[in-house]
Every structure is written in structure tokens, then in C-alpha cells.
Design a protein around this ligand. Structure first.
Ligand code: SF4
Length: 657
């Protein structure tokens, strides 16, 4: 029986999403006993490379050109499309060389790209030319000069990445509004209570992007001749692609069995009642795929095996079949991941941010490895702690991790590793570091942690000596009152010390931040930004990102909103996806307004700009106060849109002392 595991579009471009690599490693351990031939395909990278090929760019130009010729006089195309049409031939000529360069297969092209006459430069390049203006808010003009006369390759990769973004804008604005580089049709799936919008999109007139994915899918079916196609949907931005692939497989290979699983399914489809999902898939599995898939494949081979956490359609209704006696596969027995079947040399490294920590996500290929399943803390009140992927903690021995690392190096020839843990346990990191040093195995690695006090300066140095180059972790709301309410188990003081210890050891630090938490006031947010400013200024963190808080169905806050002072709005009739829940917070803070200022501040801090400015400077005066603001400007005074911080200016320095 031939089994094909597929990653649908779109995921990151620089490295394969690990789900199929993990599953194939496991299933191949059972291949002989069940008579399986298991292969994998990355339709996300496949679609990207097809859309960024000369023939497809030419087809896009022809379609947009046709449309432009029938557009009413006086109607102008959006800037990305107008620029593309004016330089279509150059885009067709340069797209394949540019992608080859970003795949690191043609490094000499860097010299031509930095000459600025080779690639057409659309709206995404606009920030490279204007002279510096505002004191604080714009720093893009400084970025380009950061390269100086050195770093030609890096400079060229930055320019080629802007070129890729320009073309992505044209695909999205001109051909298919669902298409983005890292997501495809995301809005059709994220917390989508009804299946209808997704189904209408699937059954509607296909766009050129759709038709390209359909063609690619048919090619995979022809090449692999699968009896079973298992598609993973890790994020909402993969779901439309997953269903589209299933639709095409159904038509091209009607006898093939179709299975859907993955992170989005595990989180959002826990109350699935929509039978039409099974027009596309035969089975939908929940949580870790190893056990449900193994049992399902055994059944398909005619063996007696119960279904585990698997939705099926029975007499026109959705039924969840499971057998409680069947246990999940322990982490020590899940096998060795393998990228066999994927074209590793074809992954594309883009560089959209010059911040070195941000580049880890989009630049370069990383082998993926996990130190432990789930989270050892599992208490944060905003997190899906009631779900298996967080709540079931299972840590294999360091031997097992070392064996996987060695196998992946042998297979790929690459020694970069991303630990894809929810929160890597400090004990496991210490054990790994000691083994790497004892066995003189030189690798480069990074991953997500909790900023807890176990990370002493001594441990941070040990990790750095063993190849750890970066960590990310949650500082969240950067307020001790709110950190306590969210049961994060850390304080701002502790985060300051731990992050400084990592930085002192030469390990970069990225902080996940959150705003809009229940009961959070404007003052809380302004003070949080001040603490973050001081952490950047003190060199504790080098990178960060503000997430807007969302109440999710499977978090303690979603399950018991009354404990957090909020009221959930009555849920709509959910038959399909369910995750984010709208809520009312009586505090009534305008988080939309604050979010803009927070993002602007961070963007600048990450580039070392505005670190000594008053944090109020990042928040624009509110619309209603603009007239007053103009008068104040005339008088030489500035309107403060937010209150001054109440945080002492040396708070973080004191913590560190
Ligand atoms: S937010 Fe992170 S540390 Fe907290 S429970 Fe979730 S995975 Fe664990």
C-alpha cells in the first residue's frame, strides 16, 4: 500500500514543516509489517516555486494585461500591479535567476543584484530611496546603509527578498486575494464556525493560483500513485490548500483514501459536526498522528485495529471513533525523522527583517528536533493546556535525541537544529549540551524556552558552549500583576536576569509579548512598553513581537472567563472550526489603538532606534484630539495620547544589579 504524506501551501519557505518528516520516520518502522511504501511531498514549496517560475509569471502578466485592457478609462491599477505590468518582461526574465540565488545555488548573482539594475524594483523597494525624515518612526532608510560596502551577498538577499514580496503582492492583489507567502486562504479556516465559505471557495471558479496547485497535485498523484494520501494542516493558512489538494486527489485517484490531521485540526476541529468535510476527506484524526494513522493503515490492510481519535461520516453524520485502551506512542518510540523525498536544496531563504533573531525563522535551513512532547509547566491561563499537544508531557532520554541529531546530520549534511518544543525543559537542554560537548559533536541550535530561574549564568554559558545561539520565550504582558493573573510563573525581574545571562553568554534572545489581556489598562500597557524599552536598552533582549491576546476555547480563560473578569460573547452555531472566542472586558481599554504604537516602538527598538525616547512618543494622538494637537504643535507643546509611565527609569538596571 502506497502512502503519501503531504504538506499543503503555504508554510515557511526556508525549511520543510516537520510533521511529515516526523510521521514518515515513524511509519517506516512499521512498513515491513504492514506492507507500506511511505513517501512525502511539500506542496507548499512546490506551489511557491511554480508561481515564481518564468512560465507562470508570464501567464500572470498575460491575465493582468488582458484585464487592464478592458478596464474602464480612468481606473488605475494598484501600485504593485501597475509596476509589474510596466516591467512584466523583466520580471519574467529575472524570476528564475532570483529564486536560484535565494536557494543559494547561484551566489555570483549577488554582484548584479546589488548593482540595482538587474531586478525590477516595485513598491516594496520604496523605502530604500527617500532621505531620512522623522526622528523616531522611520528607520528603513537606515537599514540599507547598515550593510556598508561589505556583505554583498546579504545585501543582495535582502533586495531579492523585496523582489519576492513585490511579486507576492501582485499574485495577491491581481490574481488571488487568498494568496500570501506564508498563508493561503487563512480567513476561510481560522475560527470559521461554518464550513460554507471554505466550500464555496473550493467549488468556485479557480484562480490561476488554484489551477497551479491542482496541476501540481495531479503530478504528485501520477508520480506516487498513492492508495492513501494524508494531509497535514498545521495552521489555518494551510487549510484551504489541504482541502483543495483533497478535492483534486478525489478526482484524479477516486480510490485513494484521504486523511486530514495536524495542529489546526487538533485545536479547531474538536467540535466538528459538518458532514460535508467528508466529501473531501475520509478520515480526520486528532492530536499526535502516529497512533491514529498506524491503526487506520492497519485497518486498511485488513488487520483488526480500532480507530483512535478519528472522525468519520456515518449515516450522514459526523462520528468520533476512539478506543481508550489504545495508548499514544511514547516519544522514545516515534522513530527518527527523515526528509527523504524532499528537495532540500530547493528551499528558499528570504530575508525580510535585518534583525538577526528574526532571520532565524526565514533564513537558512534548520533540521527540526524535539526534546520533549508537550509543556512541563502547562499552567499559563491563555494557553491550550487542556489539549494534548501542551498537556501531555513526555520527555525521551538524551540518548534518543542524540541519535536523531546524528541521523539528521548524516542525512542532510547540515548541522543547524531548531528545537521545536513548546517550551524546552532546562534539564533536557543541560543534558543535551553535556552530551554534545562530551561527544564533541558540533551543532548550532536554538529553540523556545520559559525564562525561568533555572537558567543561571552557568547554565547559559554551558548551552552556548554546546552551540546554542538563540532562545525565544514569553515575557507576555511585562507586568507582574498580569503575569501573576496569567500564571506564567515568572516575574519581570526574573526575565531580566535570565535574558541578560543568555545575552552575556552570547545567545540572542527573542521575547514574545502580549497586549490586550483581561483587565489590562492603558497604564499597564504603557508601563509594559517602558519595561520592554529598558530590557532592550540594557541589552537583555534583541528581538520581540507583540501578539494581541485572544481568548481561546481550550485555555483556562476560555473555559472559566469569570475568573478573569471577562464575559464571553454567546458562541455562534459552531459546526466547523472553533478556537478564538469574542469577549467583553469591562475595563474597556482601546487595544487596537495601543497596538499600533507598540508595534512601531518594537520595530525601532529591534534596530536600535529610539531607545532613549519617552515611550509616549510612539502613540499618535487619537483622531478626536487631532485639532487640539495641531494647536499644541503650533504652540510648541505635544499632546500625549497616553499617560506617562509610572515605571522608574532605572528599574531593569536595578533588577540586574
Ligand atoms: S504558554 Fe508556553 S510555558 Fe505556558 S503553558 Fe503554554 S507552552 Fe507552557
Amino acid at each position: 500500500m502506497r502512502v503519501l504524506l503531504v504538506t499543503p501551501p503555504m508554510t515557511q519557505l526556508n525549511t520543510p514543516y516537520p510533521a511529515t518528516a516526523y510521521l514518515i520516520g515513524f511509519l517506516r518502522m512499521h512498513a515491513a509489517e504492514l506492507g507500506l511504501v511511505v513517501t512525502q511531498a511539500d506542496a507548499s514549496l512546490g506551489l511557491f516555486l511554480r508561481l515564481y517560475s518564468a512560465p507562470l509569471v508570464e501567464r500572470m502578466a498575460a491575465e493582468l494585461g488582458r484585464r487592464a485592457s478592458t478596464t474602464a478609462r480612468g481606473v488605475t491599477a494598484p501600485p504593485p500591479i501597475a509596476h509589474f505590468l510596466a516591467h512584466a518582461e523583466r520580471y519574467v526574465d529575472t524570476v528564475e535567476p532570483a529564486i536560484r540565488f535565494l536557494q543559494r545555488r547561484d551566489p555570483s548573482l549577488a554582484l548584479r543584484i546589488v548593482g540595482r539594475a538587474f531586478l525590477p524594483e516595485g513598491p516594496r523597494f520604496a523605502h530604500l530611496t527617500p532621505p531620512p525624515t522623522a526622528e523616531l518612526a522611520t528607520i528603513d532608510e537606515q537599514l540599507f546603509s547598515a550593510f556598508g560596502t561589505l556583505g554583498t551577498t546579504e545585501q543582495a538577499r535582502y533586495l531579492a527578498s523585496l523582489y519576492v514580496d513585490d511579486l507576492a503582492d501582485v499574485w495577491r492583489d491581481g490574481i488571488d486575494p487568498r494568496f500570501e507567502l506564508a498563508r493561503y486562504g487563512e480567513r476561510l479556516a481560522a475560527s470559521a464556525a461554518s464550513f460554507e465559505p471554505l466550500r464555496s471557495a473550493l467549488e468556485g471558479e479557480p484562480t490561476l493560483v488554484d489551477a497551479t496547485l491542482d496541476e501540481l497535485t495531479r503530478e504528485h498523484v501520477a508520480a506516487h500513485e498513492p492508495d492513501v494520501v494524508a494531509v497535514t494542516a498545521p495552521f489555518p493558512g494551510n487549510v484551504y490548500g489541504a482541502f483543495r489538494i483533497a478535492r483534486t486527489v478525489r478526482a484524479a485517484a477516486p480510490k485513494a483514501t484521504l486523511v486530514l490531521g495536524g495542529g489546526w485540526v487538533n485545536t479547531e476541529l474538536r467540535s466538528l459536526r459538518e458532514p460535508r468535510v467528508f466529501d473531501y476527506f475520509d478520515y480526520v484524526t486528532l492530536d499526535d498522528g502516529e497512533r491514529p494513522l498506524l491503526n487506520l493503515l492497519a485497518r486498511l490492510r485488513g488487520k483488526r485495529a480500532p480507530l483512535v481519535r478519528t472522525y468519520v461520516r456515518k449515516r450522514g453524520e459526523v462520528a468520533l471513533e476512539t478506543d481508550a485502551t489504545q495508548h499514544d506512542i511514547p516519544q522514545r518510540d516515534t522513530g527518527i525523522p527523515t526528509y527523504d523525498g524532499l528537495h532540500l536544496a530547493h528551499y528558499v531563504s528570504v530575508m525580510e527583517m535585518l534583525n538577526p533573531m528574526h532571520r532565524l525563522w526565514s533564513d537558512g535551513r534548520w533540521n527540526k528536533v524535539t526534546l520533549a512532547h508537550g509543556c512541563y509547566w502547562k499552567k499559563c491561563t491563555f494557553c491550550d493546556v487542556s489539549l494534548d499537544y501542551i498537556g501531555r508531557y513526555d520527555r525521551p532520554a538524551a540518548d534518543v535525541v542524540m541519535q536523531r541529531i546524528r541521523a539528521l546530520i548524516a542525512e542532510t549534511g547540515e548541522t543547524g537544529f531548531h528545537l521545536v518544543d513548546e517550551a524546552a525543559p532546562p534539564a533536557a537542554m543541560r543534558a543535551l549540551a553535556k552530551r554534545l560537548l562530551a561527544e564533541k559533536l558540533s551543532i548550532t541550535w536554538w529553540g523556545n524556552i520559559r525564562f525561568e530561574k533555572t537558567f543561571t549564568p552557568e547554565l547559559c554559558r554551558l548551552l552556548a558552549d554546546a552551540g546554542c545561539v538563540a532562545v525565544s520565550g514569553g515575557l507576555e504582558v511585562a507586568s507582574d500583576r498580569l503575569l501573576d493573573l496569567m500564571k506564567k510563573g515568572v516575574t519581570v525581574e526574573q526575565v531580566a536576569r535570565v535574558t541578560r545571562a543568555f545575552t552575556d553568554a552570547g545567545v540572542m534572545v527573542h521575547a514574545y509579548l502580549m497586549y490586550g489581556f483581561p483587565t489590562e489598562t492603558v497604564q499597564d500597557t504603557v508601563d509594559a512598553l517602558e519595561r520592554v524599552r529598558q530590557l532592550f536598552a540594557a541589552g537583555c533582549i534583541q528581538s520581540a513581537y507583540w501578539h494581541r491576546f485572544a481568548a481561546t476555547a481550550h485555555s483556562p480563560i476560555g473555559l472559566h472567563p469569570e475568573h478573569y473578569g471577562i464575559t464571553l460573547r454567546a458562541p455562534r452555531d459552531v459546526t466547523f472550526a472553533h478556537n478564538d472566542i469574542e469577549f467583553d472586558d469591562p475595563v474597556g481599554t482601546d487595544h487596537d489603538f495601543l497596538g499600533t504604537g507598540l508595534r512601531k516602538a518594537l520595530y525601532n527598538y529591534m534596530h536600535g532606534v529610539g531607545l532613549d525616547a519617552d515611550v509616549r512618543a510612539w502613540f499618535e494622538p487619537r483622531a478626536g484630539a487631532r485639532r487640539g494637537a495641531r494647536q499644541r504643535r503650533r504652540r510648541g507643546t505635544k499632546l500625549a495620547a497616553v499617560p506617562a509611565t509610572t515605571v522608574p527609569p532605572d528599574l531593569i538596571e536595578r533588577y540586574l544589579a
